[in-house]
Ligand binder design. Structure first.
Ligand code: SF4
Ligand code: SF4
Length: 381
């Protein structure tokens, strides 16, 4: 049965997609080469041709609530083969950016994250929070003294947790609210477009889908199916696993602090410290490679949102490693300053993760789980 839509073009949506990197949108003449060459598009209603026409018509609801925009891994194969020089990979990337801003509330934060003029404000916010809370509680000491450099003597671990535990709760709530709408939307859209055989959304089946797709995500198999941007795979994997490593380390040290009252710094012989160091190095190298790849890809559009995330991740890794190195070298003042800067980056990454491009980690995972559950034909391997 043909899809039936009341065509209500949203001109603002078209302008926003163009502004987010989809500026080649209007070049498309619907030849469908892109859908044929896409290595991961399902056979039933493949992408990205249909997304190109929907975007040029301004069909915002059809696109923002579509699982298919998330199944695309932005490999660029379609953009290379497009006879019109349109870049469907970039258009889908722009629609994903738009969708993140739509699902993450409050919307004004998403707008600030996408606006380069607001960057000083975003970086200044944690500084104000740290100083105000630190000085009120007395947990921030600018003259820590002592022979040994201990970062928690300068910026107490209690202060870190006082700030970052509520921040974690914030991230969970913002994602939770956004994902509830997102899952309902992609299901509704899939039923309407005949991309699923499930009429009703069942949480149990969806969770089974999630467990099935996890190995595919952990191995980045879908990235390896791409040709054009294959080199992106290694860098992406390094950053991905470094985040997992640092997440594990943070949780172990959190438990050690509260269960055994053991504060850092921890011995370099400690295996958890090894994991921290390896993850930190992988984060710096992986993000540096991603920046290098982006700079080298002159045919691929890089929006402010891309650069914001890449430099933030690199800054996070580099400031963390430099904090550690200056501590070991005994350069106290510099090490404390770098630790403060490191915490600014951590705060930014946490506070704004549901609004930044990094949110793709969550939305793509959910879309892939739904694709598996709904029998989209997006084969996991
Ligand atoms: S290959 Fe290019 S022109 Fe052809 S449908 Fe895809 S985007 Fe449009
Ligand atoms: S960028 Fe790659 S994954 Fe995305 S639609 Fe194009 S070919 Fe397919």
């Amino acid at each position: 049965m043909a899809d039936r839509y009341l065509v209500e073009p949203n001109v603002e949506f078209i302008k926003d997609v163009i502004g987010l990197g989809g500026d080649t949108l209007k070049k498309c003449f619907q030849c469908a080469t892109c859908s044929v060459v896409c290595p991961i598009a399902p056979e039933n209603k493949p992408f990205p041709r249909k997304e190109m026409i929907a975007a040029s018509w301004g069909l915002k609801d059809k696109l923002v609530g579509s699982m298919d925009i998330w199944l695309c891994h932005n490999c660029g194969d379609c953009s290379t083969m497009c006879p019109r020089g349109a870049a469907p990979g970039d258009v889908l990337g722009a629609i994903r950016s738009y969708a993140i801003s739509e699902y993450a509330r409050p919307k004004f934060i998403g707008k600030a994250v996408n606006d380069p003029k607001k960057l000083p404000l975003l970086l200044g916010l944690p500084v104000v929070v740290f100083l105000v809370l630190g000085l009120i509680t007395g947990l921030l000491d600018f003259t820590p003294g002592g022979d040994e450099i201990v970062h928690s003597h300068f910026f107490s671990s209690w202060l870190v947790d006082m700030i970052f535990i509520p921040l974690t709760a914030w991230v969970v709530v913002v994602f939770g609210i956004g994902l509830k709408r997102f899952v309902n939307d992609i299901h509704e859209n899939a039923v309407l477009e005949g991309k699923t055989d499930k009429k009703k959304l069942e949480i149990g089946g969806f969770m089974r889908g999630l467990f099935t797709v996890l190995p595919t995500i952990l191995k980045h198999n879908k990235f390896s199916e791409c040709i054009e941007n294959k080199d992106r795979n290694t860098a992406h994997l390094m950053v991905f696993y470094s985040f997992i490593g640092l997440f594990i380390v943070t949780n172990i040290f959190f438990v050690v602090l509260y269960a055994f009252q053991t504060h850092g710094p921890y011995s370099q012989l400690n295996p958890v410290k090894w994991l921290a160091n390896v993850s930190g190095i992988a984060l710096v190298i992986g993000s540096a490679l991603m920046i290098k790849n982006r700079i080298g890809k002159t045919d691929q559009v890089s929006s402010y949102k891309d650069w914001y995330l890449l430099w933030l991740v690199f800054g996070l890794g580099a400031s963390g490693m430099l904090t550690e190195m200056t501590r070991l070298a005994g350069i106290a003042g510099l090490s404390y300053a770098l630790y403060f800067i490191h915490l600014i980056f951590v705060f930014n990454l946490f506070m704004f993760v549901p609004f930044s491009k990094l949110a793709h980690l969550v939305y793509r995972t959910v879309a892939m789980a739904y694709a598996e559950y709904g029998n989209r034909g997006f084969i996991m391997k």
